[in-house]
Design a protein around this ligand. Structure first.
Ligand code: PMP
Length: 397
């Protein structure tokens, strides 16, 4: 009976949003939910997406199913976007793209593939990581383990990460955030990535890159650097790509699992399994978002328009990071919070304690997660000084 069903708590981030909505404070600020926001606080639909949607609505002839791996035009565009136009792996036919409902769907498909086809391998996640990683891979039946990522001093702990990866059993899977680490914003330097690559190679680990923020760190090409480094250096790599943030397609559930195998023949074996597992999960993927991305990536004008807008989003977030640290300088706190300007992507582990976060919420209507994570895109460029004053108050009182 349903009577035996226990109630579980809802998503804490969405719970925070409800509190925010109920807060009567006119100066309230939502730094919780992880979507991009423009200066007006809106999550825009990029112009290129609107244009592609118009074209699509005129040209689409049928709503019959797409194939198990999804839209071929999307696959072609996305493989080049992620792996690069000059990719030797692509040239050798070693990389394939399986469309999925968002980055989340792609991660679940990866989890399913590992659990069924590579049994006995645990997956290693950064501590901390995006909370859904924890539950999603466990739900797929994988053993979930952790490597250190951020120390108690709120600094990126590369030595701790490398030391743990050096002890991971050979063959296990290591999940790496390709750029714009969620929730911390701490990314690896190229030198750090090379050291991780050496450990991954020496221990014969399987890297699974979660690539959910391409274009939000330093640029489309720059953000793909680590994925391309590993892809060209190793025989087997998995990459999940999300078009939610960089194309603003969140609700259209657009993403893919990219599999790289040792040779073209082996890739076809892997792809046969991916199609079979996708069939059990969602049968065939949704079409709309992927058709839009395929059109944009395949058309120079639309692509240029999209890249400009994405550059603008990235510059806005980077500007807010610098602006907040500058505003904190007035209070003698620029040094203490310098990491906010060094982090990348939408999120920042600010280093604020849970008690400080709760005070900001109660006294100033500023909503961060209790871990101290802030969505930098939620900041208001006109009111950075007000926020800096509030932060100064809660950290010095
Ligand atoms: N990975 C990370 C690290 C994310 O932050 C997100 C989105 N919040 C996803 C994957 C999944 O994105 P999607 O909405 O495309 O499923």
């Amino acid at each position: 009976h349903f009577g035996q069903v226990a109630r579980v708590p809802g998503d804490p981030i969405l719970g925070l949003l409800e509190h925010f909505r109920a807060d009567p404070n006119p100066a309230k600020l939502d730094l919780g939910v992880g979507v991009y926001k423009d200066a007006a606080g809106r999550t825009p639909i990029p112009r290129a997406v609107k244009l592609a949607e118009q074209r699509l609505s005129d040209s689409e002839q049928s709503k019959s199913y797409v194939g198990g791996h999804g839209d071929p035009l999307f696959a072609e565009g996305l493989l080049r976007l992620v792996l690069g136009h000059q990719s030797a792996v692509l040239g050798a036919g070693r990389a394939g793209c399986t469309q999925a409902p968002g980055g989340t769907g792609a991660l679940r498909l990866a989890g399913e593939f590992i659990a069924r086809c590579l049994p006995g391998r645990a997956i290693w996640l950064s501590q901390p990581t995006w909370p859904i990683h924890e539950t999603l891979f466990a739900a797929a039946g994988l053993e979930v383990r952790h490597y250190p990522y951020v120390g108690v001093d709120n600094r990126f702990d590369i030595e701790g990460m490398l030391a743990q990866l050096g002890r991971v059993p050979s063959g296990d899977v290591v999940l790496l955030h390709a750029c714009c680490h969620n929730p911390t914003g701490f990314d690896l330097s190229p030198a750090d990535w090379r050291r991780v690559l050496e450990v991954v190679r020496a221990r014969e680990l399987l890297p699974l890159f979660d690539f959910a923020y391409q274009g939000f760190g330093d640029g489309l090409e720059q953000d793909a650097w680590a994925v391309r480094l590993f892809s060209e250096a190793l025989p087997e790599v998995l990459v999940t790509s999300s078009c939610s943030k960089n194309f603003g397609l969140y609700r259209e559930r657009t993403g893919a699992l990219i599999a790289i195998a040792a040779d073209a023949e082996g890739l076809q074996d892997v792809r046969s399994q991916l199609a079979a597992h996708a069939r059990n999960l969602w049968s065939t993927p949704p079409s709309h978002g992927a058709a839009v991305v395929g059109l944009i990536l395949g058309d120079d004008t639309l692509r240029g328009c999209w890249q400009n807008e994405l550059d603008g989003m990235r510059r806005r977030v980077a500007g807010l990071r610098m602006g907040l640290v500058e505003a904190l300088r007035t209070y003698g706190l620029a040094q203490r919070f310098a990491h906010i300007a060094e982090q990348r992507g939408m999120f920042s582990y600010t280093g604020l304690s849970a008690a400080q976060v709760l005070r900001l919420r109660a006294e100033d209507g500023v909503y961060l997660l209790e871990t101290g994570r802030a969505n930098v895109a939620g900041l208001d460029a006109e009111r950075l000084d007000q926020l800096a004053a509030a932060i100064a108050r809660v950290v010095t009182d």
